[in-house]
Write a protein of this length. Structure first.
Length: 135
């Protein structure tokens, strides 16, 4: 059974990239101009078009930022959730120079996997607090 690594990158609020790697070598990649609420659907769409099920995944690689705080937060949350649900290790690292996924994978390949990753923000995110909490 082949084993793959799912690669997720969303450093811009309207651009989302999904890749498939083997041994930290990028095999396939798709990029869309979609908002964060469509990220999970695009992951499923990519895996389906590549004939890869979650059973074939051995790890998830996630670009943790910097970039859009919302894009980073959503993509990292998806990676953490999929990792938890499918018992997959995570490789997460920021990509401040926005190098290609091929270059990014060579950086990530030198680190140990993690159970959870956290988004990396360049500045403090502007997260609106619910007004219901203060009424």
């Amino acid at each position: 059974m082949p084993s793959f690594m799912l690669v997720i990158s969303a450093q811009d609020i309207q651009t989302f990239t999904v890749g498939l790697a083997q041994n930290f070598q990028l095999q396939k990649q798709q990029t869309w101009n979609v908002p964060p609420e469509d990220y999970l659907e695009k992951i499923q769409e990519s895996l389906t078009s590549w004939n890869v099920s979650f059973d074939f995944l051995q790890a998830i690689i996630i670009v943790t930022g910097p970039g859009s705080a919302t894009a980073s937060r959503v993509s990292v949350t998806i990676a953490n959730s999929l990792g938890f649900a499918f018992h997959l290790p995570l490789y997460g690292r920021e990509n401040p120079d926005q190098v290609s996924l091929e270059q990014y994978l060579s950086f990530v390949s030198t680190q140990d996997p993690e159970d959870f990753v956290y988004p990396f923000y360049q500045t403090t995110p502007h997260i609106t607090q619910s007004k219901k909490l203060f009424s």
